[in-house]
Ligand binder design. Structure first.
Ligand code: FAD
Length: 510
């Protein structure tokens, strides 16, 4: 007899052993809620509430549809398996291969220690299988560890047919409309209201348990994430109806008081299995076909995030682990400064706002993650492992397979697998793409002096420190030209200001 083991990030009947058309036909379902998982890290409270409430709702939905579900609330996965095999000694468990490195082996060990067998089948919650990616990669590069997202994305567009003309050309004539996606909204812009959900019993009950039994961080007051498939589908429909049209132009913008802007807020639902990435892409493309007010640059920008980036990071991670998680090519060793735990620990408006979003919701949008939270950590010199751990604990959509490549590869350039140069920038970027600098005590145009924006001196000091590595990178030649134009006294003043900024950040007085 076969029992489907449904893991917390495989809450799906669209793929895997529970899918109607799958060749595995399980007799029952086992789900294990492990307390050890909840206490292993100091997670954001909303992350735990979301995960366990989604699991309990998935269980209820299966039962409503006639499945026999054994739901174990256990101290550890192993204890859950022991209890199950005590009652069902001849069962074989079947689950999809987890996306996070080593998780499959860990599960197999826990099941076999509990006296049972586990069969792992292909993980169908992605759009590109490992075999397909590896075959594409072998044909595209001579080098085993060269990866370029844009090339992979074009191949995925051709392979899936999304946004292609009948002749197999990209719709509109270009593969990528990023140059149209760098606008900031007008001063009176208000992003559309977000959908709200009727949670029933599980969110409240898990919240209570988390509050009593687990040490967490962050607030749970603003919890607003979909915890059931129906809610996730509603969230997707709401995004397509109300925010997709402006998603493109304002994708990189940051606006005070607007934590969501026109982002989809679907990453957690997709990563948990509540939505399949294929149906999300299909819904966006269908909306574009039906509505004249949804521009191509918006839908293409959105499709690229899922078809390109999400699949790309998953496979590069798969191939580059275990080394990727420990990569530290810039030899950065500093501890993460206290402002990442307390938005009040800095006067810098942009950092305070972004960390505030994480505290309040376990979420910050992509540009805040990349150009504020990572950029500061990078130029400050934070140990990439510490930053990864912070992201993993703090974000509702954080799972090892997706957090590690994004932080290590994209965020702080600890590995060169994802990018040819670091995403480091001075205050000029934040000033251009946000309104944060308007009310900030720091001056975005100053590099030295007490009120100079911390991003400026850190940026130049970072380039100075890593000159040997970056000076001959042709994409960075122009910035070194600006550095060369300063005289030695000016450069010393920048270095000194950077040291002051680091001291203040470390002491919680930035
Ligand atoms: P939208 O802006 O609406 O984008 C649509 C979807 O595209 C997202 O829901 C997501 O599924 C997908 N997507 C876009 N970019 C990426 C990417 N680089 N990697 C994977 N999926 C992507 N994403 C996570 O899901 N979990 C993480 O732990 C995570 N950590 C990140 C850490 C850093 C330093 C950076 C720079 C990015 C990280 N991302 C992570 C990627 C991205 O920022 C989030 O997926 C996105 O902000 C989620 O918000 P959204 O659903 O509103 O996305």
């Amino acid at each position: 007899m076969t029992t489907a083991l449904v893991l917390g990030d495989q809450l799906t009947r669209q793929a895997g052993p529970l899918a109607a058309e799958h060749d595995v036909d399980p007799d029952r379902v086992l789900m294990v809620e492990s307390r050890a998982f909840a206490t292993r890290r100091r997670y954001h409270s909303q992350k735990l509430t979301l995960l366990f409430a989604a699991m309990r709702n998935f269980r209820d939905a299966l039962r409503d549809d006639g499945w026999t579900v054994r739901y174990e609330r256990a101290d550890t996965f192993r204890q859950g398996f022991e209890r199950f095999f005590a009652d069902h000694p001849d069962e074989t468990l079947v689950a999809m291969e987890p996306a996070s490195h080593g998780a499959g082996r860990g599960l197999r060990d826990a099941v076999s220690t509990a006296g049972g067998d586990l069969e792992l089948v292909a993980n169908e919650t992605f759009l590109c299988s490992p075999e397909a990616f590896d075959e594409w990669h072998a044909g595209a590069y001579d080098d085993a560890d060269t990866y370029r997202q844009e090339e992979f994305y074009r191949w995925m567009r051709r392979r899936t047919g999304f946004l292609l003309t009948d002749d197999g050309e990209p719709e509109g004539g270009s593969w990528n409309y990023d140059e149209q996606n760098r606008e900031t909204p007008p001063a009176d812009y208000e992003s559309p209201p977000l959908p709200t959900f009727d949670y029933g019993e599980h969110v409240g009950e898990v919240r209570e348990w988390v509050e009593e039994a687990v040490e967490t961080w962050g607030s749970d007051e603003e919890f607003g994430w979909p915890v059931r498939r129906g809610q996730a589908l509603d969230a997707l429909a709401d995004f397509c109806a109300n925010r997709l049209a402006d998603f493109g132009p304002y994708q990189d913008a940051m606006v005070g008081g607007e934590w969501a802007l026109d982002h989809s807020l679907l990453s957690a639902a997709i990563n948990l299995g509540l939505l399949h990435p294929r149906e999300v892409v299909e819904a966006a493309v269908e909306t574009y076909r039906e509505r004249e007010d949804v521009p191509l640059n918006s839908v293409e920008g959105f499709v690229r995030q899922l078809l390109g980036w999400r699949e790309f990071v998953r496979h590069v991670y798969r191939r580059e682990m275990p080394d990727l998680a420990d990569a530290n090519q810039l030899d950065h060793e500093r501890d993460l400064p206290p402002l990442y735990r307390d938005a009040g620990a800095t006067d810098a408006a942009c950092l305070s706002e972004a960390v505030g979003h994480v505290e309040e919701r376990g979420y910050a949008h992509h540009i805040e993650r990349l150009m504020l939270l990572s950029n500061f950590a990078l130029t400050y010199g934070t140990d990439p492992r510490e930053l990864t751990e912070w992201f993993h604990r703090s974000f509702v959509d954080g799972f090892h397979w997706v957090t590690v490549p994004n932080v290590v590869g994209m965020g702080v350039y600890a590995s060169d697998a994802f990018a040819t140069k670091p995403y480091a920038s001075s205050a000029a970027y934040v000033d251009r793409m946000s309104d944060y600098c308007d009310d900030c005590p720091y001056d975005p145009d100053a590099t030295t002096g007490d009120d100079a924006c911390p991003f400026n001196s850190l940026y130049w000091d970072f380039l100075d420190h890593h000159e040997e590595r970056f000076r001959h990178n042709h994409r960075m030649a122009a910035v070194y030209h600006h550095w060369d134009e300063r005289d030695e006294d000016e450069r010393d003043a920048v270095r000194e200001r950077a040291a002051e900024v680091r001291r203040a950040a470390r002491d919680g007085s930035l």
